[in-house]
Design a protein around this ligand. Sequence first.
Ligand code: NAD
Ligand code: MG
Length: 423
Amino acid sequence: MANVTATVGAGGAAADGPATEARAKRRISILGATGSIGTNTLAVVTEHPGDFEVEAVTAFGNAESLARVARQVGAKVAVISDRTSYNVLKDALDGTGIEAAAGAKAVEEAAARPVDVVVAGIVGAAGLSPTLAAIKAGSRVALANKECLVCAGDLFVAEAKRAGVEILPVDSEHNAIFQALGANRIEDVERIILTASGGPFRDWTREAMLNVSPEQALKHPNWSMGPKISIDSATLMNKGLELIEAYHLFGIAAERIEVVVHPQSIVHGLVAFRDGTMIAALSAPDMRMPIAHCLAWPERGRATSLGLDLTKVGRLTFERPDTDRFPALRIAREALAAGGWATNILNAANEVAVAAFLAGTIGFPEIARLVEETLSEARSAGLDSTPTTIKDVLALDKEGRRLAAQAVQRFAASSPAAARRMD
Ligand code: NAD
Ligand code: MG
């Protein structure tokens, strides 16, 4: 079985003894530095300033907050995707010696500056080209931006292999599984188990979910995250994306990847070996943990959050996901079985649907419906062949968004969200 962590088998501690206090600083860059993953990365870096040196920080459009971040960590360069924000960024960095740049190409160039680790914390397929630029430059990638693997799958994995770089999973479930795999061989794995909190509507009926508002869906019970992944967690599409992510990261057959609902979000992932043993990784639900793990790997970093008191947690419970109430998980599994074209369209349609839901244009249950409809339209339109180049991946993504945007128009007319707007 193939995998990009390339490190499975060396997932434990470095062979050359315990880490010494005086280790070299890790040079890192942070893509999506103003977001939730970016902010958590910043927290790890500022908690242990002696451990890190920051080369580049990037963001989409909030130049002032990007400049603040850049100053806080003493980055060499700050890059904003949105060109119209360049002057604000430049002014905000005036006199600091920090270089300012703007535009999508400049983000890719920043990602390609040689460092030890690039944190891929952009949201959506927009992160694909910058993350690939980091890979091509030979930097290890701490991957939060799971959409890269969902939209580009095998090609993304192939690029990482070609460049000989490790993709370390920041996503808490995959990070847990990576750690639980330790020095074991993937061949000895019977299955891997991703846990899901179940999101804010875990025990809601289908009827009750018909009219949920973006505000309700954004309130995750255990994690504080960016808006897109918060909605993905509420629909359980996040777990669907993670299933696809796990398939590519660990090179394990889809049937061997299981999803279990675990509302406490303490056990993040488990590995079941063929001898019947299960190894789980546990931690508080705090993204600083997997981020710090990836930044220090293969060494162990220093503690970044309070340890876990199991007696305070009390109970750990597990249940099967309900794919009738949460069809996104079934749709994602079917897309994985259908191939790379389908996971690409799934991701594109989901990004469009989530944005439409957040804008109040479509209702909550329509997110999954819209994704499923876009997939069948893409098949009818003959888009069902797997992309063979990254250029194809980007073109397919664009087509998926176009079809999904048309579906938004159709859904908008009949959606409960539209009815609410008319009130
Ligand atoms: P976020 O919305 O909080 O932040 C996204 C960041 O990307 C921001 O800095 C934004 O400026 C930048 N960005 C957005 N669109 C961009 C574009 N078109 N071009 C360049 N930059 C752009 O998102 P987040 O919650 O931090 O999530 C980031 C990624 O990490 C997602 O793929 C998500 O699924 C994954 N992830 C997040 C968490 C979490 O706790 N937030 C956990 C696991 C995985
Ligand atoms: Mg996750």
